[in-house]
Structure formats: structure tokens, C-alpha cells
Write a protein that binds this ligand. Structure first.
Ligand code: GLU
Length: 299
């Protein structure tokens, strides 16, 4: 039997700011799903985009998860520790002619929705250029457990997309797919703001599968995109629009609010541990709201 078959979920925050109520909703949903399946739950810090990392954010995220009782089953991983692996995989993709170097500047591409694959046949050197993955001119679909069927032709929506930037920063797309495969993640439960990355990630996964690298799982994961909590102005709660960081007081009340926002029953509890234990017993993903935004006012 493959080493990668058991239910494995994860929460993968970027250290660009402290956790807010919206991130708690997502973390709680992925934690409850994993626990309800008697599965593993991992925490991975997605810190490849160095300029966006904020000093102290990782510590604050981990401290909040701890205070809310959301403990990972394995040591916390950081993507910065895996740069060698991403670059090795880029070499393997290159050997299969699945990627190419691109010298287009941001300015040259302004105003375009999809990259027009300008550099695809230029055979430019890899050093000093961005690296793009070739995408097919075909419709790719998947069925999200909450959002239903999603289909996209990458040639029309994004074009060949970047896996490594000119400054050698590994893109979110490459890092997230490689790590989900390396860690054997079977169920991706995350915010609906990431839904429109998924087809790119499914295509990249397909390309990586052709490399037959033994340290990467070839299991197709299930996807579940949780509706986003909005602020009083109808904007999604995010670090960018300065959502309030999660307080480490009123923890049970905040967990209860997050659980109810996910369409679940009110669960009475005195401690976070008691709450989480009861939450798993009552958890029913099919009750989560089907739309992509959670209505209500969340701080
Ligand atoms: N690191 C991403 C974020 O903080 C989440 C990635 C994912 O769950 O796929 O938005």
C-alpha cells in the first residue's frame, strides 16, 4: 500500500500578518474535517515570498493556533527549508521540456489577462529569467466539495504561469503543490479566495506526476473551498485590509462564532479543548454555506 493514503489535511498560512477571524474559520474547518476522518492535520508556514513576510507573524500565527487548541500532528514545516527541493524539481521539469524561461517585464504584460506565451519558443537561458510552466489549450474541470464543478481553460485565463520569479523566488503555485504532494495531503480545505488557483495547481500536479518522483504522492486530493468571512464593508477579512488579529482571550466564544459561521450547531463548552472535542462530534461539512462568502459581521 502507498505511504500516502491516509487522510491528511493541512493549514498553510503565509506569515504576512497575524491570524484573523477569517483564517480561524478556515483553520477550524480543515481541522474538524481531518479529525472527523480520524486523519492527520499539518501546519505549514508558506514563507517563500520573502518580501511579503512580516517579522513576528509566524510566531504570532503559531501562538494563536496553540491558544485556540489547534495543534498540528507533525513538526511545523517552513517552505524556506525546502528551496533545494523546489529548484531540483524545476530542473526535472526542464529536462522534460515542460517549462521555459521568460524575459518579459511586468510592464510589457500590463493590461493582459492571460500571458500570451511570448517567450515559449525563444529558448532563453534559465538563469536571470522567470520560469513558466507550459499550459494546454483545453478545458480542465474539478468538483469542489462545497463550490461544485469548476472548469477553466488556462490558455484563456492565465496563459503559461510563473513557477520561479526572475529574482529566484519560488511561486506560491509551485511551493504549495510540491509540498501538498510531498506531505501526502489528501484533502485541501482552504479559503474560497484560493479557488481560482486550483485549476493551475491541478495542471501543475499532472505535470509533476509525469516526473514519477518517489517523494511526491500521486494521489489526486479532494478540494473544499470554505466561504470567506467578510467585514462590515463587504470586503473579505484579510491582512491587507487590516482585519483585527485574533485575540487570545474569549477563545471559546470566538471558536463558537467561527463554528456557527460554518453552518454548524452551537456547541456549549468551557475550554477550547472541550469545545474542539464536541465540535468534531457535531461537525457536518454538508451544512457549510454553499456560496463563496459568509454573511454576517465578523470582526
Ligand atoms: N498560504 C496561502 C495563504 O495564506 C494558503 C495556501 C493554501 O491553502 O493553499 O493564503
Amino acid at each position: 500500500m502507498s505511504q500516502f493514503t491516509a487522510y491528511t489535511g493541512r493549514f498553510a498560512p503565509s506569515p504576512t500578518g497575524p491570524l484573523h477571524f477569517g483564517s480561524l474559520v478556515t483553520a477550524l474547518a480543515s481541522w474538524c474535517e481531518a479529525r472527523a476522518h480520524h486523519g492527520r492535520w499539518l501546519v505549514r508556514i508558506e514563507d517563500t515570498d520573502i518580501p511579503r513576510n512580516q517579522i513576528g507573524a509566524e510566531e504570532s500565527i503559531l501562538s494563536a493556533l496553540n491558544a485556540y487548541g489547534l495543534h498540528a500532528d507533525s513538526a511545523i514545516e517552513r517552505q524556506q527549508d525546502h528551496l533545494v527541493n523546489y529548484n531540483h524539481i524545476i530542473e526535472a521539469l526542464k529536462a522534460q521540456n515542460l517549462i521555459y524561461a521568460c524575459s518579459c517585464s511586468r510592464k510589457q504584460l500590463t493590461g493582459l489577462t492571460a500571458y500570451p506565451n511570448t517567450c515559449r519558443n525563444k529558448d532563453l537561458p534559465f538563469e536571470g529569467n522567470a520560469i513558466r510552466l507550459k499550459t494546454p489549450d483545453e478545458i480542465i474541470c474539478f468538483t469542489d466539495r462545497i463550490q461544485g464543478q469548476v472548469c477553466e481553460n488556462l490558455r484563456q485565463t492565465t496563459g503559461d504561469f510563473v513557477l520561479r520569479r526572475r529574482d529566484r523566488i519560488i511561486s506560491y503555485q509551485l511551493a504549495v503543490v510540491v509540498d501538498d504532494m510531498r506531505q501526502g495531503v489528501t484533502d485541501i480545505v482552504r479559503g474560497a479566495d484560493l479557488l481560482d488557483n486550483t485549476i493551475r495547481q491541478i495542471w501543475l500536479r499532472k505535470c509533476l506526476n509525469t516526473l514519477q518522483l518517489p517523494h511526491l504522492s500521486s494521489i489526486e486530493p479532494a478540494y473544499c473551498h470554505i466561504p470567506l468571512a467578510m467585514n462590515a464593508h463587504g470586503q473579505k477579512l484579510s491582512k491587507q485590509n487590516l482585519a483585527m488579529p485574533l485575540e487570545e482571550t474569549e477563545i471559546v466564544a470566538t471558536l463558537q462564532k467561527a463554528f456557527v459561521a460554518l453552518g454548524q450547531d452551537w456547541v456549549e463548552a468551557d475550554t477550547p479543548e472541550e469545545f474542539l472535542q464536541r465540535a468534531v462530534e457535531h461537525w457536518d461539512l454538508s451544512r457549510a454555506p454553499r456560496h463563496s462568502q459568509l454573511m454576517g459581521i465578523f470582526l
